[in-house]
Design a binder for this molecule. Sequence first.
Ligand code: PAF
Length: 280
Amino acid sequence: MFIVHTVSELRQLLQLAHRQKKTIGLVPTMGALHAGHLSLVQACKTQCTLTVVSIFVNPTQFNNPEDLRNYPRTLKNDSALLQANGVEILFAPGEHEIYPEPDTRLFDFGALEQVMEGKFRPGHFNGVAQAVSRLFTIVQPGYAFFGEKDFQQLAIIRALAMQMDEKPVIVGCPIVRENDGLAMSSRNTLLSERQREHAPLIAATLMQAKEKACTLPVEEMKKWVAATINADSELEVEYIEIADEKNLQPVKQWPHDTPARLFAAVYAHPVRLIDNIRLS
Ligand code: PAF
């Protein structure tokens, strides 16, 4: 595996790959890799002939400086995992490589960014779009792989790809869960032992809600999910939403014509966890 830290080194490696007509797949990450990331790598390796994984903790997508400071950074372990999983290139740039100058671009994703993560983390998706668009321009992948745990991010990145000249195919991959149901996340490592024991209640409640779906009116269902999670001393709900899977706008009532998802953002203070599940 090649490990490169600069855009020029990466471009040199990719020039040859482009000439050899390799299908380049990109798995953008912020590191602290877990089995969820490795499932993206596996999907990439199945569909592409060259897998590039990027590790860049993107400062512009953090609206909370403490969150950025605390974000786990485990490059040595990450590179060993990627090597063992057959990745050809690891791109781990410094901030100056991605942002040689401050990035002042403002993206417009319309209604997609007005709800849920976009509403509760102002500026977050603009920062994601800045980093991901830079990575797309640098790598020029045919395919790029993202997890459905960040379901709204996936929708935003599909919209971003449509706005770019070279449009990679965006592949969404299913959420990978721990044995107790907790959605895998780099942030799980920041949970205390007690919080880690309580956190699976989030997924368990979403799964129970799926069983109840359509038997409870939408608003009652959201209230029930929030109350069930909030009853746990370690957890505090930021939002619960039921939204249309395509446009992410809140579903008001059943029946709903197109698939809907239940979304949760929950604090195990100061760690923020998100999860979602398809309802229909
Ligand atoms: O999901 C992530 O890890 C990040 O938001 C991403 C897509 C790598 C952009 O920085």
